[in-house]
Design a protein around this ligand. Structure first.
Ligand code: HOZ
Length: 428
């Protein structure tokens, strides 16, 4: 496969853009080689600058659940953009999206739109601190909640991918207020809350971890967090940037029947355009300015074009059978990959919730960050390149999720499994 144009572009970009990319994981650092520059997407396919076609399981890191350039989403974006792209005033669209979100996620009684998942988590934590009048927070090792200072502690995603220590530039005084616990470790979090509960404003968690690879919660983990937080006056924040409207119409909170105080959203809610949102209990959300004293603002927040893409996406996802279809296809892919690895006698631990998949090159089980890190990342790199050369694009990192869209067909999944069969054999 010739990727000359991507390579040339990457060489030039590195002179002007740090690392040649606008977000670290894209740089292929942990898998080696040169990032492929994409030119267009259609359905489940991406096309690069050299004209090569790839079956896409990255889906812009999650948002493109309806596939690329869905005709209805595209048309809605065009229609809205013709009337203007941003006014910095209230619009009809933002009310419509707020209605949709609060209906689909009943725990979200009030919602505020922002421009990214990072803004959502950062603002939700400020709010939790103001509401509880406490400074410290708890997050889980390997969970990633965007790149705000106090959240870059034992973080997943790019930080895990590049094997970085906690980021320089974060004052110790900020990081001191971030306590960490092990994902899925119920007695560990119980001990920590017992000891420090009075100082803790919130526990923030990815209800299905997706930034250390995909690690589903143990059945009791989320409900224990709910009970613990309630009894200690701590707010429970679900970071559903990845899982919201992805694992089901009501997100992970509906799936596991646990109601958080605050929810952070991003990715799917923007239908491929930049949006984030945070919301939750009305009494807490009413502390946000101008209703209350907690300041948070944004020039492009709730801009009609991104909001329209979100509305159209959520409407299309509400068509009966959509999530069932995603579930069936994702199951088929997960089972196919696991079987192909078994045949080749490659240790491979498959995880999946709905259309979010993880595959670790270890016997497993993978239940937390230390066990995720046992994965043979060199083997993952070989798997990644083997698949890429066969026209299948998985994330260029062991510690990111694979996603399916409604446009992935059974035939494409079959081809993916056949390609994986060849690649696993090569890895022996
Ligand atoms: N943080 C994103 C995935 N978890 C990666 C974003 C990107 O590199 O585009």
């Amino acid at each position: 496969m010739k990727t000359t144009q991507s390579s040339q572009l990457f060489k030039k970009s590195q002179r002007l853009v740090p690392g040649g990319v606008n977000s670290p994981v894209r740089a292929f650092r942990s898998v080696g080689g040169t990032p492929i520059a994409m030119k267009k997407g259609k359905g489940s396919y991406l096309f690069d600058l050299d004209g090569n076609r790839y079956l896409d399981y990255v889906l812009s890191w999650g948002p493109m659940i309806l596939g690329h350039t869905h005709p209805k989403v595209l048309q809605a974006i065009i229609n809205t953009a013709k009337n203007g792209t941003s006014f910095g005033t209230p619009t009809l669209q933002e009310f419509e999206l707020a209605e949709l979100v609060t209906t689909l996620m009943p725990a979200v009684e009030n919602v505020r739109l922002v421009n990214s998942g990072t803004e959502a988590t950062m603002s939700a934590i400020r709010l939790a601190r103001a509401f509880t009048k406490r400074d410290s927070i708890i997050k889980f090792e390997g969970c990633y909640h965007g790149h705000a200072d106090h959240l870059l502690v034992k973080a997943g995603s790019g930080v895990a991918t590049l094997g970085m220590p906690d980021s320089p530039g974060v004052p110790k005084a900020f990081a001191r207020h971030t306590l960490t616990a092990r994902y899925n470790d119920i007695s560990g979090i119980e001990r920590l809350v017992k000891k420090r509960g009075k100082d803790i404003a919130c526990i923030i968690v990815e209800p299905i971890a997706g930034n250390m690879g995909v690690v589903p919660p143990h059945p009791e983990f989320l409900s224990t967090l709910r009970v613990l937080t309630k009894s200690h006056g701590i707010l429970l924040i679900f970071d559903e940037v990845m899982t919201g409207f992805r694992v089901g119409s009501g997100g992970a909170q509906e799936l596991y029947k646990v109601k958080p105080d605050l929810t952070c959203l991003g990715k799917v809610i923007g239908g491929g355009l930049p949006i984030g949102a945070y919301g939750g209990r009305r009494d807490i959300m009413q502390m946000i300015a101008p209703a209350g004293p907690v300041y948070q603002a944004g020039t492009l927040s709730g801009n009609p074009v991104a909001v329209t893409a979100g509305i159209e996406t959520l409407k299309l996802l509400a068509v009966p059978g959509v999530y069932d279809g995603l579930e069936k296809k994702s199951k088929k892919l997960a089972e196919g990959l696991a079987e192909a690895a078994r045949e080749a006698k490659i240790p491979f631990y498959q995880t999946r919730v709905g259309s979010m998949l993880g595959g670790f090159f270890t016997k497993g089980p993978v239940t937390d960050y230390p066990s995720a890190k046992k994965s043979d990342t060199k083997r993952y790199a070989k798997f990644f390149h083997g698949m890429l050369s066969r026209g299948v694009y998985f994330a260029p990192s062991q510690f990111e999720a694979a996603f399916l869209s409604t446009t992935h067909s059974s035939a494409q999944i079959h081809k993916t499994v056949e390609a994986a069969r060849e690649v696993f054999r090569m890895l022996r």
